[in-house]
Design a protein around this ligand. Structure first.
Ligand SMILES: NC(=O)c1ccc[n+]([C@@H]2O[C@H](COP(=O)([O-])OP(=O)(O)OC[C@H]3O[C@@H](n4cnc5c(N)ncnc54)[C@H](O)[C@@H]3O)[C@@H](O)[C@H]2O)c1
Length: 255
């Protein structure tokens, strides 16, 4: 088991799905976890679950698309802990559509959360990380940031950008004590996927089709992604930076 003893972590979008699993896994490994989410009920539920399991966490309301709110969140974290060891940019939203069916406004909205959100939060924390010459940033991209996924134009566009942001941050700051990697999950069963399924005329058929696009023939579980985040957050992954870490049940292996 990798240890995060004495580390302070912040996970955005930790009120649901993959983010909640990462927050719980980090707390179980000994970290103090800031559970950041735009939704208060989900965020507080994650904090309660961590507390019930004997871990330490606190909720912080945050819309990652709001730059000023990200600066305020960093001030709150630094006021309490003076540092952030691990930042997980997990908050993200989805959209179904092709070039023909995606509106410009949808692309902007997707970009505002999935790309500008990662930029805003990282920018708010990186100054202190550079001062301390220590920081570990983990971004949730997607297999849709490595290969094109049918009917996901806006989503894939944002996730290719997250892989790009990850590589640029890693390269620019590698010699300054900062590591930055991203995780590229295939389809994982979370409320995110349930919401997308509702956009299909036959959600049950769409669920079966989504499961069958992965070589293993099933969707992933949030804990399976959290296990990778724990490794990336730990000192055992010290030689890894700039890597898109693919965990996709074989989605991208071939057809
Ligand atoms: N589930 C999948 O199949 C899958 C696959 C690949 C990548 N991902 C990525 O993993 C991440 C988490 O996905 P999930 O499936 O757990 O999603 P989810 O919808 O279950 O949870 C997302 C969380 O982010 C929060 N959020 C949304 N907008 C926000 C904002 N502007 N500011 C702060 N918080 C906000 C939501 O309130 C929610 O709690 C996303 O970046 C997603 O793109 C998911």
């Amino acid at each position: 088991m990798f240890s995060l003893e004495n580390k302070v972590a912040l996970v955005t979008g930790a009120g649901s799905g993959i983010g909640a699993a990462i927050a719980e896994t980090f707390a179980a490994a000994g970290a103090f976890v800031w559970v950041a989410d735009i939704g208060e009920a989900g965020g507080r539920a994650t904090v309660a679950k961590i507390g019930a399991a004997g871990g330490a966490a606190e909720f912080i309301a945050l819309d990652v698309a709001n730059e000023a709110a990200c600066v305020a969140a960093a001030a709150a974290v630094h006021g309490r802990h003076e540092r952030l060891d691990v930042l997980v940019n997990n908050a993200g939203i989805g959209h179904v559509g092709t070039m023909a069916t995606t509106a410009g406004a949808d692309l902007d909205r997707m970009y505002g959360v999935n790309v500008r959100g990662v930029f805003n939060v990282t920018k708010a924390f990186i100054g202190r990380m550079l001062e301390r010459k220590a920081g570990n940033i983990i971004n949730l991209a997607s297999i849709g940031g490595v290969v094109a996924v049918r009917d996901r134009l806006a989503y894939c566009t944002t996730k290719f950008a997250v892989v790009g942001l990850t590589r640029c941050i890693a390269l620019d700051h590698a010699r300054e004590g900062i590591r930055c990697n991203c995780i590229c999950p295939g389809r994982v069963e979370t409320p995110f996927v349930s919401a997308r399924l509702k956009e299909y005329p036959d959600p049950k058929k769409a669920y079966e089709e989504m499961s069958s696009t992965q070589a293993l023939g099933r969707m992933g579980r949030p804990e399976e992604i959290a296990a990778a985040a724990l490794y990336l957050a730990s000192d055992e992954s010290a030689f890894m930076t700039g890597t898109p870490f693919v965990i996709d049940g074989g989605f991208s292996v071939g057809k």
